[in-house]
Structures are given as structure tokens and as C-alpha cells.
Write a new protein. Structure first.
Lengths: 282, 309
């Protein structure tokens, strides 16, 4: 009887603590959403309040108009094009490479695999400047090419993730397919790919999400507003020297997060598993 | 003899097929590796000994870029200082929060997975421009934090947290600590691996929950702590977006992160050679820290069965 009561109190304390801490954690996000519905006066005079005195949907309409005559429809379209193509490129190419590294025996495999692992730890700063020079010599600056084309050459993180997954698929399946006359391509397409779907999903979600939020790439390579992705447009839109309509800026900030949140809610399981099993950073 | 020769031939043909197939499958990565990694690394190293502005051809200057960096560039020193203080404070803070919440959220209670998702949200959106915009407003002179403090009567006039040289870096550290979601999820996964029988045995021996945490949880979790520590330290040294968007490196270069200064040098002043030299020193710094953490792991990382992790 006594023990039960003690358990009840500790449960209560536990949930109370989590809720209070959680509120502080999520306060900034809730505040951002709340502010996106506030009128101009509300934003400054009652800055910390989460709920607007009057719900102001005009922020979204005003914000959507964008700047320089280019609406956020264009920026969203650009982001979708870049993120979708990057995702397709990275996932498809990584699957091929992962198969090669885990199921085909060939000369030099170990050394090359080692090289791939090392590149995962290489700070990107070392590569950025020469890559920029290379892309500018190719005339790719101010186009989506530098963001999309390298994606078709595989991403070591995803290759590694898929390899771990392929290792869990019994080799007997390959053998029997081989007896049935399948070559490597056949084994990959008929046996491995259908079983690899969870790893492909995890990779696809992260690929899309990383490119969607990516700021550095667009900052480096996209120059005219018509080419901007959402993240870059948001930065120009929120330039401290130029901002006049704060509500609109908050509204567009919220909108830019919507695809990410939807992805998270729909595929939470893959995201959580991706992080906890392979240390993919989110 | 003839038979053996035939077998050898067959084996050779199979090996040839496998070699060909192997390289065909990994060719996307291999070509990308050469084009986007090997060649850029070589170029970056060579360029670090030159002055190059993208327009006129590179001019060989020997070690001058490196010398300038350490002897004559005060902003470079500011960048080092800002980056080190950020990494040394933000990374441990983030890991402590992550571990603390992970311990709470590994329990078999109601709502635990919803809680985990909620605590992960800051990490999910943390790198975005939207969050940077939000942070700037939260800590701005007219922002929410000041509004709360005024309401509570702690201050009577707004403080510009981001414009103040003493507090600016703390707004960025707080932003980093706020995003503890990924290491938290990794800790949760690690905590789940610890057999409950260990805790039961310790409980029977009379160990209280603190003792069980110190004697069982922490030692068995050290491989995961090690992993998180390395990954977070590396990414901490490479932090860019936060300082670029929120503080712009100011005030007085107090938040001028290494990656931001490198970006400014290379893409604002078009001093590509200097940028490359900076990148190589960054690589060296990260390499040294990673090596130090690896070396130290002999003393504090506990492996249940050697080489399993």
C-alpha cells in the first residue's frame, strides 16, 4: 500500500518535471508560431506572449508575396527541385555502391573502403574552396548544378548505413538467385533492393531534410533571387537592415519548417532509428 | 594438368568478372571521390601556398599565408578564441543535457516516445534559417527574453544580448545546448542495451539509484559517450550558420567562428589561398583533438568485451 503511493508520487513528479522542462525547450518554437499570427503592435509590446490578442492571418498573405517581385512560391519550388533531385541522386547511387562494397569481391576493396570512411571525417572546409573554383570554371555558379550533380556520386554516410543493413541479409538468398541465373545486377534489383527499403527510406528522409535546410550550399552558389531556395530567401527577407514587416518574416519562417515537421511526423520511426543506430546527425 | 588449367582459367574469368562488377558498382562513389575529394584536397593544399583571387593566376608565396595567420592576423586569433570557447562550453553542455534527459526517457513509462519526439524537435529544426531568425528575435533588445525579465521586474530596460560583447557568444552556446536531441537519441539506444539484470543485482546489494547510475550506467555507456563526444566536437569546430546568421561574427569579432572567418576571407575578400591555408589548419586542429580524445579513451572508455564496439 505504502509502496504504491510512493510510486504514484514519483510518477507525478516525473511527468511534471518533463512537462516543465519540455515547455522551456519548446517555448521558442511555440513563440515563433504565435508571433507569426501577431499584429505589428503585438509583436513588440507583448513580445513574450505566446497567444496573439488578435489572430492576424494577413502575415502569411503579405509574406508569401516575397521580395523584389518574386513570391515564396518560387523559392519553395526551387527548394523542392533541389531537395528532390539531391535525394534521388544520393539514394540511388549510394545503393549501388553499398552493394558493390558489401557483396562483390574485388581487388583493392579494403583500401577503397578505408578511403571512404576517412572522407566521412574530413571537414568540408578543406574541399569547399577548390570545389567552388572548379564549379565556377565550369560555369555552374548561379545554377542548381553544384547542389544537385555531386549528389549522384553517392554519400558515404548513406553507403555505410546501407552496407550495415545489407550485411544483415542472408547470403543464401544471393546464392540461390545466382543458381537461378541472376548476375550481380539481378541480385541487387531482385533480392537486395526489396529488403533494403527501410535503409533506403531512412537515407531518403535525411537526404531531403538536409538539403531542404541547407543554407551554406545555396549561399555559396546561388546569386540571383529567382534561383534562391527557401532558406536563402528567408535570410534575405530577414536582413536586419531591411526588415519592416516582422509578422510576415515570422510567418515565412514557420512555413519553411512545415515540410520538415511533416516529414518528421510521418516518418518518425525511420528518423529515430537512423540516428540511434548509425549516429546520423539530424 | 589440362583439367587444372581449365579450372584456373575458369576461376580467373570469375575473378575478372567480379573485379569488373565491383568497380562498376562502386564507380559512382569512386569517380565522385576523385573529382570532388582527391583533386580538391590536392588543389587546396597547393593553393594554401599561394595568393589567388580567382581572376589572376595563383602566385606562389611559400609559407606566407601560414605565417600571417599566426603572427599578424588579429582577427584570426579572435576566431580561434571564439571557436575554442564555443566548442569547450557548448559540446559538454549539450552532452550533459542529452545524457540527463536520455536517462529520464529510457524508463518504461507512459508517453515516453512522445516526450522523446518533443525533445528532438529543437535538433530537427535547429540548423534552419528560421530558427536563427527566431533566436535573433528572442534575444534581441525588443525580444521575448527582455520582455519576460521586465515583466518580472529584474531589469527595467531591454538588454541587447546579441549586441553585447560579453553575452553574444552565450546566445550561440545556448542555441547549441538547446539542440541536444541527436546525442540524446543515441544515448537512449545505448541505455537500452544495458542488461537490467545488472541493475537488479546492484539493487539487491543495496546500491541506491545514484550509485547504480555512477557504477553501472556511466561505465557501460562510455563507448557511446566517446562516440558522441567525437562527433559533436568535430561538428562544433565546423559551426558556421549560427554565427553567420545570428551575430554575424560580431560584436568585436567575439563570435567570429573559424568557419565564418574562412568564408569571409575566401568568398568576401576573394583571398582563396589564405582560405585554403586556414582550412588546412582547421583540419590539423580537428585531427589533433580527435587523436587526443582517442588516446584518452584508453583511460576512461570501458569495453565489456574488447573490440566489440
Amino acid at each position: 500500500m505504502k509502496k504504491r503511493k510512493k510510486g504514484y508520487i514519483s510518477t507525478l513528479l516525473y511527468h511534471t518535471f518533463i512537462w516543465i522542462f519540455g515547455f522551456f525547450m519548446l517555448y521558442p518554437v511555440l513563440w515563433l508560431i504565435g508571433s507569426s499570427f501577431k499584429g505589428d503592435a503585438d509583436i513588440f509590446q507583448r513580445a513574450h506572449h505566446l497567444i496573439p490578442t488578435q489572430w492576424e492571418f494577413s502575415n502569411y498573405i503579405e509574406g508569401w508575396k516575397g521580395f523584389g517581385g518574386i513570391s515564396f512560391a518560387v523559392f519553395f519550388k526551387n527548394s523542392f527541385i533541389v531537395a528532390t533531385l539531391t535525394t534521388i541522386g544520393q539514394v540511388v547511387s549510394s545503393a549501388f555502391v553499398a552493394y558493390g562494397f558489401s557483396r562483390v569481391r574485388f581487388k583493392g576493396k579494403k583500401i577503397l573502403f578505408g578511403c571512404m570512411i576517412i572522407t566521412m571525417l574530413l571537414p568540408s572546409q578543406v574541399l569547399i574552396i577548390p570545389q567552388y573554383i572548379m564549379f565556377s570554371k565550369l560555369g555552374w555558379i548561379n545554377s542548381f548544378k553544384p547542389l544537385i550533380i555531386p549528389a549522384f556520386f553517392g554519400l558515404p554516410f548513406f553507403i555505410f548505413l546501407m552496407m550495415q543493413f545489407i550485411q544483415g541479409i542472408p547470403k543464401e538468398l544471393d546464392e540461390s538467385a545466382k543458381i537461378d541465373g541472376c548476375n550481380h545486377m539481378g541480385i541487387l534489383l531482385r533480392i537486395i533492393i526489396p529488403l533494403l527499403v527501410p535503409a533506403l527510406m531512412t537515407s531518403a528522409i535525411f537526404a531531403f531534410y538536409w538539403r531542404w535546410q541547407d543554407f551554406f550550399g545555396p549561399l555559396l552558389y546561388l546569386q540571383t533571387p529567382g534561383k534562391y531556395t527557401v532558406s536563402l530567401a528567408l535570410r534575405m527577407f530577414s536582413d536586419p537592415a531591411a526588415v519592416t514587416n516582422w509578422g510576415a518574416m515570422f510567418a515565412m519562417s514557420v512555413l519553411s519548417l512545415v515540410p520538415v515537421i511533416i516529414l518528421f511526423i510521418a516518418f518518425q520511426r525511420y528518423i529515430v532509428e537512423g540516428i540511434s543506430t548509425s549516429g546520423l546527425k539530424g | 594438368m589440362v583439367f587444372a588449367k581449365g579450372l584456373n582459367k575458369q576461376r580467373k574469368r570469375r575473378n575478372d568478372y567480379n573485379n569488373l562488377a565491383g568497380y562498376a558498382f562502386i564507380s559512382p562513389w569512386l569517380i565522385g571521390f576523385i573529382l570532388f575529394t582527391v583533386i580538391p584536397i590536392g588543389a587546396s593544399f597547393a593553393l594554401s601556398f599561394t595568393r589567388y583571387d580567382l581572376v589572376s593566376p595563383p602566385k606562389w608565396v611559400g609559407l606566407e599565408n601560414y605565417k600571417t595567420m599566426f603572427l599578424h592576423d588579429e582577427r584570426y586569433m579572435s576566431a580561434l578564441k571564439a571557436t575554442f570557447s564555443y566548442v569547450f562550453v557548448a559540446v559538454p553542455l549539450r552532452l550533459i543535457f542529452a545524457l540527463f534527459i536520455a536517462v529520464l526517457l529510457v524508463k518504461d513509462r507512459k508517453m515516453v516516445s512522445a516526450y522523446r519526439a518533443a525533445f528532438y524537435i529543437p535538433s530537427l529544426i535547429g540548423g534552419s534559417v528560421a530558427v536563427a531568425v527566431m533566436w535573433r528575435q528572442l534575444f534581441g533588445a525588443n525580444g521575448a527574453l527582455n520582455s519576460i525579465l521586465i515583466e518580472l521586474g529584474i531589469i527595467d530596460k531591454g538588454i541587447g544580448w546579441i549586441g553585447n560583447p560579453h553575452t553574444a557568444i552565450w546566445t550561440l552556446i545556448l542555441l547549441a545546448a538547446w539542440q541536444f536531441g541527436s546525442p540524446m537519441l543515441i544515448f537512449v539506444a545505448g541505455l537500452k542495451q544495458i542488461p537490467t539484470s545488472y541493475y537488479e543485482a546492484a539493487y539487491i546489494d543495496g546500491a541506491n539509484s545514484w550509485q547504480r547510475f555512477i557504477r553501472i550506467t556511466i561505465p557501460l555507456l562510455t563507448p557511446i559517450i566517446f562516440f558522441n563526444f567525437i562527433m559533436q566536437t568535430i561538428s562544433g569546430f565546423m559551426a558556421f550558420t549560427e554565427s553567420y546568421l545570428i551575430t554575424g561574427g560580431g560584436p568585436f569579432d567575439k563570435t567570429l567562428f573559424y568557419a565564418l572567418y574562412l568564408f569571409e576571407k575566401a568568398f568576401k575578400f576573394y583571398d582563396m589561398g589564405y582560405g585554403c591555408a586556414m582550412a588546412w589548419v582547421l583540419l590539423l586542429i580537428i585531427g589533433i583533438f580527435t587523436a587526443l580524445i582517442f588516446k584518452s579513451s584508453n583511460y576512461w572508455v570501458y569495453y565489456e568485451s574488447k573490440g566489440e564496439w
